[in-house]
Design a protein around this ligand. Sequence first.
Ligand SMILES: C[S@@+](CC[C@H](N)C(=O)[O-])C[C@H]1O[C@@H](n2cnc3c(N)ncnc32)[C@H](O)[C@@H]1O
Length: 439
Amino acid sequence: MLERVLSLRRAAPPHGDETAADQGDGAADESKTKKQQLPLTTRAAYYLTRMGPIGPCLAFLFLTFLAIVSLLLFHSRNFVCVSSSYYDPVSRSRFFGFDGLESDFGSLGVPWCRPRHGKIVEWTSKDLLKGLEEFIPIYEARPIKNNMYGMGFDHSFGLWFIARWLKPNLMIESGAFKGHSTWVLRQAMPDTPIVSLSPRHPEKYLKKGPAYVDGNCTYFAGKDFVDFGSVNWGSVMKKHRITDLSQVLIFFDDHQNELRRIKQALKVGFRHLVFEDNYDTGTGDHYSLRQICDQLYIRGGGHSCFKDSDEARIRSTRKKFWEKAVDIEELCGPGEAWWGVRGYMRDNFNHSNQPISYKEHFQNSRFLESILDVYWELPPVAGPSLTHQTRYDPARAPSPIVEDGRYGLFQRLGLTRLETSVFNGYTQMVYIQISKREF
Ligand SMILES: C[S@@+](CC[C@H](N)C(=O)[O-])C[C@H]1O[C@@H](n2cnc3c(N)ncnc32)[C@H](O)[C@@H]1O
């Protein structure tokens, strides 16, 4: 599995390398409807001259009408943007335009963690698009249709894709809830054993409605629950005849401090980890990789608490349109502490909340970089003008697999068949590969 991950960071953008999925895109359809035609101005002049002296009068009236309508539209646009409902996708796209959705965050950019040798994953945007085409019908057949508080579509696809690509010999999940993620892992790898850790056994949910319990899964759940950090992994590996820990994939959706989870995984020797919730700085209920890596020397990282700064202005604008965006007041705690969540390291669904100094926060990122071989954030499946998601700010996320404006492709893939709510749970799921520090 190790060899399946190669060098260089961030895959090339998807343009030009889409699969057959691309065939139904609007751009492709255009050629079918285009006819050889004279320029509009030439045709207009031709009709006006045929009308005689009334022609110029009509033209003048038409132009005056156009000018009035444009003026009205211009002013009402500003009015709608500033004072209409927050998170309204229509006013958002009017305000930013499709291009502005991503670029308006400007210098703040998309943060990330630096792997020590600059390696990236071997899969490309073309592979993701192909996977998406395959996964949509699988997702439509999911047993738990309403998975509120669990994974939505984007992360279900990400987990399925990663598991299927890496082909591990054992899959471990921490945080099962009703069992949706267990079901996703099973769809990716039909015969691979799973180990699932969760305080409440998924079978308990069966009494109230749909849940998923897997037949080839060892549950450390209910009265048998053991936290990931306390499991005797040596004996679990022996039971599953695993001798090479790089053949194991671990999925964390337990809302625990990710630095602690990485240290625990490192101690055992696990190498391939996926974190479902990779919260941006200032958000979320546990210390995440994104938060840890958010440093002044990282592009898109390090923040200014100065109220008159460009960052403050951009943040306050973005906050009007995206639920998860944070403005400068929310970002900065006392003493201009912007790291973590207002200078705090949250843990365990925010049941624990420890202040952390900038020095400690900085040391955490250096530690992480010293053991990080690969860092890959799952892109959102599609742009917000297509999915109508209203939560995450697209300017703080990698470019979506199906970009804004590509409705033809979105529709052809079957994504229009899914309810809008399944696109609302994106929190930058991340796959990392770690290895012991070399001295
Ligand atoms: C967000 S839910 C998981 C959703 C699930 N992965 C899905 O896709 O539907 C978080 C789960 O973590 C469980 N949890 C809480 N503390 C935990 C711990 N220390 N270890 C493992 N799971 C934990 C919760 O009981 C809950 O079931």
